[in-house]
Design a binder for this molecule. Structure first.
Ligand SMILES: NC(=O)C1=CN([C@@H]2O[C@H](COP(=O)(O)OP(=O)(O)OC[C@H]3O[C@@H](n4cnc5c(N)ncnc54)[C@H](O)[C@@H]3O)[C@@H](O)[C@H]2O)C=CC1
Ligand SMILES: O=C(O)/C=C/C=C(\O)C(=O)O
Length: 497
């Protein structure tokens, strides 16, 4: 596409730069990118200043008015597939960068995070191209006839503010549909995970995405790039995944300009295990839903409700699974769990382990920090932890920990389980384990969440509505829901007689 879009790209070993208007830009103001496995510095990151954010907005608007805004749906779709090709061509680099920034396991980075980064572009490239509008033949009471049809326009400039837990996956989950329907985007990855977003800028550049259609700014939240974007009068929409409190701060900052908002926020997700469940499947599935990515997925289970007749057996079986998890170097193919994202987050999770003790929990397993006897002792590891015995009013039952911990409580009746699962300010995801089909159909719709999995967890179809109720978010993304959020429908009425 843009022949002028050629410039030597920065190597990841140096300073990770911003990407604005088709050029890599260093603000001269740097912060350290730290590897949570051992606390070592990986590289420096160039923090975008307010004036660089202004430049990104100007570049995005110019792209909409220029080459990017002129592309047909088909041409954009072809480009989005080229971006997916570019991620796949540099797969190993993406995997290594994601592992270094997060400490997540090789298995997870190479089977979930990076493949989904490419898949997000492919899925939305195809869906956007195939989208149709609405059309009505109108007959009015006084005999007029008209044809009403809708066209979908991009919203304009969209800011994508992403978290650190699934860095490329969650950034591209928003970028891909936003770009596929023609918006110009400004991406801000988490300050904790800047690397794969920078590689993505290189891929966009190499794929020939027109200058200004994709911009990348690095930085923090308050008084930095995150807040500059949320407050900016030139930005039409903010799409965000992260903590509910941050969502609330962004909402306040965006209020003056009445920006469109899409939020995927926190969760305190429940799993209900009935005594008629396939026991082994329920134990394995619950272990996965509690400990995947060290519990750092908004969909992870933190509250487990088990029917009393199988409670003790279930607790013992989940303990066995937790204790069998291999906590090791991310590069090791058999590693199940790496460190948490940062020392700051480690301290937060450990403060909940301490709070659980103070609240009177029984520790079935875990509760501390593993010891390695090597430089990983400087990392951000915590033990997988299972607790029981807390009242449903305890803070550890109410607040999102975002770590590898769950509380298990017994229940007697179906109604009691539903009431306990729904007794939360959050409403993102729930999991129900039962072999009774009628019960599955009866219980699932009673969950006050945006997503319910029955006899599985994290089985994703990217076309399905994805998001939460209550403090867990606003709106839905996924498939047509994403295309709808990132577009502005316009109705055209043509009089026929
Ligand atoms: N998916 C989820 O539900 C996630 C939840 N969390 C939870 O949030 C806690 C805090 O972690 P953070 O990394 O600070 O998550 P966060 O939700 O504050 O940060 C996510 C993104 O928002 C940006 N941000 C932060 N404050 C902002 C503001 N005022 N305006 C605009 N952008 C802002 C950050 O720079 C980052 O890119 C964690 O301990 C964890 O419990 C964190 C990440 C993801
Ligand atoms: O889209 C997915 O597959 C995963 C989504 C996870 C989050 O939104 C999260 O952890 O915040």
């Amino acid at each position: 596409m843009s022949a002028s879009n050629k410039q030597a790209t920065p190597h990841l070993g140096g300073v990770l730069q911003n990407y604005i208007g088709g050029r890599f830009v260093d603000s001269g103001q740097h912060f350290a990118n730290v590897n949570p496995v051992d606390g070592s510095e990986i590289n420096k990151v160039s923090e975008a200043t307010l004036s660089l954010v202004d430049e990104a907005v100007v570049a995005a608007k110019a792209a909409l008015a220029g080459e990017w805004g002129q592309l047909s749906d088909n041409e954009r779709s072809v480009l989005m597939h080229k971006v997916a090709d570019g991620i796949e061509a540099r797969f190993d680099e993406f995997v290594a960068a994601e592992m270094a920034d997060t400490g997540k396991s090789l298995w997870q980075a190479s089977n979930i995070d990076i493949p989904r980064g490419a898949a997000n572009f492919r899925v939305f490239a195809d869906l956007a191209k195939a989208r149709s509008g609405e059309c009505f033949k109108t007959d009015t009471a006084d005999g007029q006839q008209a044809l009403n049809y809708s066209v979908n326009k991009p919203l304009g400039v969209v800011a994508v503010i992403a978290p650190w837990n699934l860095p490329l996956l969650l950034l591209t989950w928003k970028l891909a549909p936003a770009m596929a329907v023609g918006n110009a985007v400004i991406a801000k990855p988490s300050e904790d995970t800047p690397a794969t977003a920078t590689l993505l800028a290189e891929v966009m550049h190499e794929a020939g995405v027109p200058a200004g259609a994709f911009n990348l700014v690095h930085g923090f939240g308050p008084n930095s790039a995150g807040e500059f974007l949320s407050q900016h009068s030139g930005i039409d929409a903010v799409t965000f995944t992260g903590e509910s409190g941050t969502g609330s701060a962004i909402m306040k900052a965006a209020a003056d300009n009445v920006k469109a908002l899409s939020f995927e926020l926190g969760g305190k997700n429940a799993a209900i295990i009935f005594d008629d469940a396939d026991f082994e499947a329920a134990v394995a599935g619950t272990a996965k839903s509690v400990f995947t990515n060290g519990g750092q997925v908004c969909l992870c289970t933190e509250r487990v409700y088990v029917q009393r007749s199988i409670f003790d057996k279930f607790v013992a079986a989940l303990k066995e699974k937790a204790e069998a998890l291999r906590i090791d170097w991310p590069e090791d193919a058999s590693t199940d769990m790496g460190p948490l994202i940062s020392h700051k987050h480690q301290q937060k999770v450990l403060s909940y382990y301490q709070l659980a003790k103070e609240e009177g929990a029984t520790f079935i397993t875990g509760g501390g920090v593993p010891s390695f006897g090597d430089k990983r002792d400087q990392g951000a590891f915590v033990e997988p932890t299972i607790i029981t015995g807390l009242p449903e009013t305890a803070r550890c039952i109410k607040e999102e920990v975002f770590g590898p911990i769950c509380h298990i409580a017994p229940f007697d009746t179906e109604a009691e389980a539903v009431a306990m699962a729904n007794d939360s300010e959050y409403g993102l995801a729930a999991t129900v384990w039962t072999t009774n089909l009628q019960r599955a159909h009866r219980v699932a719709p009673q969950m006050e969440t945006g997503i319910v999995w029955v006899n599985t967890w994290y089985l994703r179809d990217l076309r399905t509505p994805f998001g939460g109720v209550k403090l867990s978010g606003i709106g839905r993304e996924g498939g047509a829901h994403s295309l709808s959020f990132y577009s502005e429908p316009m109705n055209i009425c043509i009089k026929l007689n």
